[in-house]
Design a protein around this ligand. Structure first.
Ligand code: AZC
Length: 823
C-alpha cells in the first residue's frame, strides 16, 4: 500500500467550529441571520470565514519575503482569467470537507453555495487562463511573486444566443462586491499621460523633463492567491484607474455638474472594460493607455517596495527583481523602466539598459501576424512623448551597434529588425521591442518555440543564439482535477498518494492499472456519473435532451478560424447526411458539444456560431436519425462551465491548422481528465501524444511541412470542394434553406469563405478528419481498449502540470528559488 501522504494539512478545525465562524460572519459581516439569509449571503459569509485563514497567509508570506530579501518575480499580464476562487481556496487550504460538513449541518449544499460566486473573467482565453494557473503554481512553489494586471470593472462579455446568433452583454462580476479583494489605497500611484518633453541643460548635463498633460491615479486591489497546502499566499495586484482630483468643485459650484464629472469619467474609463479581442490587435488609443497605465503603476510599485527594503541605492534592483511580460501587451514597461532609471534616478543610459535587460523576459503566445502588436509612432508620441524618444534611442543604439557589428552595411536586415516599421505610417513593433529589451524570450510549446526561432525572429536568433527558449505550458492540477473532478480524484487516491496534486508524476502509479478490469470499470463509472451530471446542465442551458450513453465530443475554446470549429461542423453535417441516406448507418450515438465566444467584431467567427446553432437545431429535432447525433452549443462558455464539462468529456477536439495553435491548454485539461484527443500535430498536442503514447491519441491531417508545401504549390480550395462528393454536398447544403427554413442563404457566407479562400485549410484536412472520427467510433465501441487509453492519458499527463512550467521559468529564465513562508 502506498503511504497516504497529504500536502494540504487540514487546519486543526472542526466542522462545528467552522460552522460557528460562518454563522458569526453571516450575522456580523453580512448583517443578516440564518432564517432570512439568501444563498448569496451564505456564500459571502463562507468567504469571510475562509478569509480568516487567507489573510493571515498573506501577512505571513509578506513578512517572510521581506525578511529574506529574495529575488522576486513580477508577472505582468493584461489578463488573468481566474474563474471562481472559493472552491480552489478551500481545496488549497485543506478546508473543503470541513466546509462541506459545516454547511450541511446548516441545511445547505456546498455546490449550491459555490454556484453563487460570479466568475472573475478578467481575460479572454488561453493567455489569461495560463496567467491564472501560473500564479497558482508560483504560490504553491513558494516563489516570491506578484501578478500585476488591471482591475476591470467589466470582464469578458456575457454571451447569449438570440435566434442562434451571438449577442454580447456586459459582464457584472463586481455588481455585488467581491469578498476576496482588499483595496490598498496606501499603495496608490500617480500615472502621467500626454504633454511634452523639455530638454534641460544643467551643470554640463543634458536631461529630459516630461511635463504631463494629465495625471491619473492607480489604486491597487489585492487578491490573495493561496498556494496548495495554504502555507504560502501570494497576491494578484490589480490596478483601478481613478481621476487624480475626484471632481472640480469650482466647476461644480458654478453649475457645470456634468462637466465637473467628465474628467473622472474619462479617467475611470481606463479600467472600465477588458478588450474582448482574442489574438487580434485592438489598435485603440484606450488600449495603449491601459497597457501603459498598469505597466507604469506596477514598475512604480516594484520600485517602492525595493526602496522600502533596500534604501535608495538601486544597484541590486535587477538582481532582486524579475519581470515577465505575458505577451507584448506590457512591452511599454521596457521604455518605462528606462525612463525611471535615466530621468528620475539619474543612471547613465548604458547602465540603465543593462539593468533593464537583466530584468525583463518575454513570452510569445502566437505566431498569427495580426496579433503582433504595432502602435502608430504618432500615437505613442502623443500619449507618451518621453517613451517615444526612449524607444527611438533604444532602436538607434541597437541598429548602429549590435546589428551593424553582426551584419555590417546590411540595410535589409536593419529594416527587418528595426523597432520602427517604415511605411505610409510609421509603426512601432512591440514584438521587436520586447525581444530587444529582454534577456530571454520563450514560446509555449516545443513546436511553437521552434517556429518562433525559425519563422518569426530568425535574425534575432542568429544575433543572440541563447535568447530563445521553450517553456511548454501547463495547467494547475488543483483546479483542473482535484477541485473540478472530485470523483476521479477520490478514485485515484485509493491507489496513489494523496499528495498527487502537488507531485503530479505520482499519477504514473496508475499505469499498471490501465489493463485492470476492475479499475477500468471504476474509471469509466466515474466518467459516466460525471456525464449524467452534465446531461442536466445541458438540459438547463439549451433545453436539449441528450443521453449519457452517447460519446461526449467536446470542442471548447475561443471561436477562431484557425481553431477550425467549422471543420468539426462539416464532419457533423457529413455524419448527419450519412444517417439520412442510410438510417442503419452504424455509429455509436454522439453528442457534439461546443463552447466558444467570438470577438464581437469578428464577423466570420460569428457566422460560424450561427451556422453551428442552426445545424444543431435541425439535427436535434430530426426524428429520422433516432438520436444518433445531437449538437449543443453551450452559451457563455467560461472557466466555471469548463470545470463542469471537462470531467464529463470523452473526446477532446484539438483540430487547429498545424503551426497555428501555439500550445493550447484545454487539450491538457481534457486529457488529464481522461478524454481522448482527436488532433492535429500542432502545439502541445504533439507533446501530449509523446507522453500518452501515440496509440492513445488520434492524430490526423497535414503537418507543418505539408501546410508549407501546399501553400508554396498554390492552394486552391475549390479543387477539394469539387473532388470530394461528400464535402461538396455538405458545403452546398449550407447554401439553401435546409437549415434555415424559408430563409435560404443565411449560412452561405460560411461556404463562400471556405470554397473561395479557406485561409486555414479546412478542406484539405476534411477527409483525414472524417477517418480519424471513424477510429474514435471504433475505439469507443471496444470498451476495454477505450478505458485503457483514457486511463493512460490521465496517468501520463504529469508533464503538463503548471508547477513544472513554473519550475522551468524559475530555473532557466528568472533564476529564483522558492522561500517557504513561516509563521
Ligand atoms: C494563446 C494561444 O493561442 C494558445 O495556443 C496558448 O495555449 C495560450 O495562448 C497560452 O500560451 N494566445 C492567446 O490567448 N492570446 C494571444 C494574444 O496570443
Amino acid at each position: 500500500m502506498p503511504s497516504k501522504k497529504s500536502v494540504a494539512p487540514t487546519p486543526a478545525l472542526t466542522a462545528e467550529q467552522f460552522k460557528t465562524s460562518v454563522v458569526k460572519h453571516l450575522r456580523t459581516t453580512l448583517g443578516t441571520y440564518e432564517e432570512k439569509a439568501s444563498k448569496q449571503a451564505w456564500n459571502k459569509a463562507l468567504a469571510a470565514a475562509i478569509n480568516e485563514f487567507v489573510f493571515e497567509g498573506v501577512s505571513r508570506t509578506r513578512k517572510t519575503h521581506a525578511n529574506v530579501g529574495a529575488r522576486a518575480v513580477h508577472y505582468l499580464s493584461l489578463e488573468f482569467l481566474m474563474g471562481r476562487l472559493m472552491s480552489n481556496n478551500l481545496q488549497n487550504l485543506g478546508l473543503y470537507s470541513v466546509a462541506e460538513e459545516a454547511l450541511k449541518s446548516l441545511g445547505l449544499e456546498i455546490a449550491d453555495v459555490l454556484e453563487e460566486e460570479p466568475d472573475m473573467a478578467l481575460g479572454n482565453g488561453g493567455l489569461g487562463r495560463l496567467a491564472a494557473c501560473f500564479i497558482d503554481s508560483m504560490a504553491t512553489l513558494s516563489i516570491p511573486a506578484v501578478g500585476y494586471g488591471i482591475h476591470y470593472e467589466h470582464g469578458l462579455f456575457r454571451q447569449e444566443f438570440h435566434k442562434g446568433r451571438q449577442v454580447e452583454r456586459p459582464d457584472q462580476w463586481r455588481e455585488f462586491g467581491n469578498p476576496w479583494e482588499i483595496c490598498r489605497p496606501e499603495s496608490a500611484q500617480v500615472i502621467k499621460l500626454y504633454g511634452y518633453v523639455e530638454t534641460v541643460y544643467e551643470q554640463g548635463k543634458l536631461s529630459k523633463v516630461w511635463h504631463p498633460g494629465r495625471t491619473i491615479r492607480a489604486i491597487p486591489w489585492d487578491i490573495p492567491v493561496v498556494g496548495y497546502g495554504g502555507q504560502n499566499v501570494n497576491v494578484l495586484r490589480l490596478w483601478e484607474s481613478r481621476a487624480d482630483k475626484f471632481f472640480d468643485w469650482d466647476v461644480f459650484n458654478s453649475g457645470g455638474y456634468v462637466d465637473a464629472y467628465s474628467e473622472s469619467v474619462e479617467a475611470e474609463t481606463i479600467s472600465k472594460v477588458l478588450y474582448p479581442n482574442d489574438e487580434t490587435d485592438a489598435g485603440k488609443e484606450l488600449r495603449l493607455i491601459q497597457q501603459y497605465f498598469f505597466s507604469a503603476a506596477s514598475i512604480a510599485d516594484v520600485m517602492r517596495r525595493y526602496k522600502a527594503a533596500n534604501g535608495e541605492d538601486l544597484a541590486n534592483f535587477a538582481k532582486l527583481n524579475a519581470m515577465q511580460l505575458n505577451d507584448t501587451h506590457p512591452a511599454i514597461a521596457i521604455p518605462e523602466l528606462m525612463r525611471v532609471l535615466v530621468d528620475e534616478e539619474n543612471f547613465a543610459w548604458d547602465e540603465a539598459w543593462a539593468m533593464t535587460r537583466e530584468t525583463f523576459s518575454y513570452t510569445n503566445h502566437t505566431l498569427l501576424p495580426e496579433a503582433l502588436e504595432k502602435w502608430s509612432l504618432k500615437l505613442i508620441e502623443k500619449v507618451l512623448p518621453r517613451h517615444m524618444e526612449i524607444i527611438l534611442e533604444i532602436n538607434s543604439r541597437f541598429l548602429t551597434q549590435e546589428v551593424e557589428t553582426m551584419w555590417p552595411g546590411n540595410n535589409d536586415i536593419k529594416r527587418k529588425l528595426s523597432i520602427v516599421e517604415e511605411g505610409a505610417e510609421q509603426m512601432i513593433r512591440m514584438g521587436n521591442l520586447s525581444v530587444i529589451g529582454s534577456h530571454t524570450v520563450n514560446g509555449v510549446a516545443q513546436i511553437h518555440s521552434d517556429l518562433v526561432k525559425k519563422d518569426l525572429f530568425p535574425e534575432f536568433d542568429a544575433l543572440w543564439p541563447n535568447k530563445f527558449v521553450n517553456v511548454t505550458n501547463g495547467i494547475t492540477p488543483r483546479r483542473w482535477m482535484k477541485a473540478c473532478n472530485p470523483r476521479l480524484s477520490a478514485l485515484i487516491e485509493q491507489h496513489i498518494d494523496t499528495d498527487w496534486p502537488r507531485y503530479l508524476e505520482k499519477l504514473t502509479g496508475l499505469k499498471p492499472l490501465a489493463d485492470d478490469q476492475a479499475f477500468q470499470d471504476s474509471f469509466m463509472a466515474v466518467k459516466h456519473e460525471n456525464k449524467v451530471d452534465f446531461v442536466k446542465e445541458i438540459k438547463t442551458l439549451t433545453g436539449v435532451d441528450v443521453s449519457a450513453d452517447a460519446i461526449f465530443d467536446v470542442q471548447i475554446k475561443r471561436l477562431h478560424e484557425y481553431k477550425r470549429q467549422h471543420l468539426n461542423l462539416l464532419h457533423i453535417m457529413a455524419l448527419y447526411r450519412r444517417v439520412l441516406i442510410d438510417p442503419n448507418y452504424d455509429m455509436h450515438p454522439r453528442v457534439f458539444i461546443f463552447g466558444a465566444k467570438a470577438a464581437p467584431g469578428y464577423k466570420i467567427a460569428k457566422e460560424i456560431i450561427f451556422a453551428i446553432n442552426k445545424v444543431a437545431e435541425k439535427i436535434n429535432n430530426d426524428r429520422r436519425i433516432n438520436d444518433k447525433i445531437k449538437v449543443v452549443f453551450l452559451p457563455n462558455y467560461r472557466v466555471s462551465l469548463a470545470e463542469k464539462l471537462i470531467p464529463a468529456a470523452d473526446v477532446s477536439e484539438q483540430i487547429s491548422l498545424a503551426g497555428k495553435e501555439a500550445s493550447g491548454t484545454g487539450n491538457m485539461k481534457l486529457a488529464l481528465n481522461g478524454a481522448i484527443t482527436i488532433g492535429t500535430m500542432d502545439g502541445a498536442n504533439i507533446e501530449i501524444a509523446e507522453e500518452a503514447g501515440s496509440d492513445n491519441v488520434v492524430i490526423f491531417g497535414m503537418e507543418v511541412d505539408d501546410v508549407v508545401a501546399l501553400k508554396n504549390k498554390g492552394y486552391h480550395p475549390a479543387d477539394y470542394y469539387r473532388s470530394n462528393e461528400e464535402l461538396k454536398a455538405v458545403l452546398d447544403w449550407l447554401e439553401g434553406d435546409f437549415f434555415t427554413p424559408g430563409e435560404p442563404g443565411l449560412l452561405a457566407e460560411v461556404k463562400r469563405n471556405l470554397v473561395e479562400s479557406d485561409p486555414f485549410m479546412v478542406l484539405p484536412d476534411f477527409e483525414s478528419y472524417c477517418e480519424a472520427h471513424q477510429k474514435i467510433d471504433a475505439l469507443y465501441r471496444d470498451k476495454k481498449a477505450w478505458a485503457k487509453a483514457a486511463i493512460l492519458n490521465t496517468a501520463s499527463l504529469a508533464k503538463f502540470n503548471s508547477d513544472r512550467s513554473i519550475q522551468d521559468y524559475a530555473q532557466n529564465i528568472w533564476h529564483v528559488k522558492g522561500v517557504e513562508a513561516k509563521s
